[in-house]
Design a binder for this molecule. Structure first.
Ligand code: NDP
Ligand code: OAA
Length: 267
């Protein structure tokens, strides 16, 4: 499968490095970045090959799979032409799907597919299985080191000085659906959880700026007629972007491998 990466930041570059090192059945064919020269320089300083840096709208040409790993407001720019062309689109900015419900309609019409990786979250396999039965409630509590919430419009609206936070501050409590506008680059996990389970309107979220944690910590609780679950993941922030956990690109790589694998494990 030929893979094009829409984004070459904390997620895209790590996925590109893995594909460049070589994964059976997968071939990197193009990347996108806002700074083309910098992307090319990064590839020439360590990659085996320098891949074409293409505009986001052209990633589907010559690719079977397009991975969206850009700021969420660019999801439509990447996904619409790729889905119109019937491609598989891997969406890392899951939160942006809420503002773009038409993408699923395009996929249904063209035979394209939208795949959302587990990203920085644990347990979506079991949540999806439980959702085939009756789920009573799903909650997620997110605690991030204050730096991991920097730039979020909701934090700016609160007037919270994240550098001055000395004890945990509750920054949001309510449905996952209503949080993403205020935290577009921080809560993709909560939207992915909602989409996997009982919907983002019924999935209840708390967001904490917590100086006592060093990791992006997400705890899911689910009550259903098949199981109750409590799952916590403590993700190490990536060096490139403290908002993004290191496990996120690994989740994308694992998903891409499933696409090419003769055997698939997990829901
Ligand atoms: N689902 C999940 O669990 C998670 C989702 N995310 C989400 O994944 C997405 C990617 O995260 P991350 O890699 O950390 O983000 P980064 O900010 O590190 O990287 C973003 C990339 O997008 C590129 N870009 C920006 N504008 C354009 C443009 N107009 N054309 C082409 N490329 C562009 C940047 O280019 P340049 O390199 O030139 O700056 C950069 O390579 C974000 O939306 C983030 O919120 C993150 C963590 C977990
Ligand atoms: O990496 C994380 O902990 C999660 C994250 O940023 C997101 O969901 O957008």
């Amino acid at each position: 499968m030929k893979v094009a990466l829409g984004g070459f930041g904390a997620v895209g570059r790590a996925v590109a490095e893995a594909l460049d090192r070589g994964i059976d059945g997968l071939e990197l064919v193009a990347v996108s970045a806002s700074d083309r020269a910098r992307a090319e320089a990064r590839m020439s300083g360590g990659f085996r090959k320098v891949y074409p840096v293409k505009p986001l709208e052209e990633l589907q040409d010559g690719a079977d799979v397009v991975v969206e790993c850009c700021p969420g407001h660019l999801l439509e720019t990447i996904a619409r032409p790729a889905l119109e062309a019937g491609r598989i689109v891997v969406v890392v900015s899951a939160g942006a799907l809420l503002a773009n419900p038409h993408l699923e309609e395009i996929a249904a019409r063209t035979g394209g597919r939208i795949l959302v990786p587990s990203g920085a979250l644990a347990g979506l396999d079991a949540v999806r299985a439980a959702a085939e039965g009756t789920v009573e409630s799903v909650t997620i509590s997110t605690r991030k080191p204050p730096a991991g919430l920097k730039g979020a419009p909701a934090i700016e609206a609160m007037g919270l000085d994240l550098d001055a936070v000395t004890e945990p501050v509750l920054c949001y409590a309510g449905p996952a659906e209503d949080a993403i506008a205020g935290f577009p680059a921080n809560l993709n996990v909560a939207v992915a959880l909602g989409l996997a389970g009982i919907g983002t309107a019924r999935t209840m979220l708390e967001v904490w700026a917590d100086p006592t944690v060093e990791r992006n910590t997400h705890t899911i609780r689910l009550v259903s007629d098949s199981a109750t679950m409590t799952m916590t993941i403590e993700g190490i922030p990536s060096d490139d972007n403290p908002r993004t956990g290191r496990i996120t690109p690994l989740s994308v790589i694992a998903l891409l491998k499933r696409l090419a694998a003769p055997m698939v494990i997990g829901t």
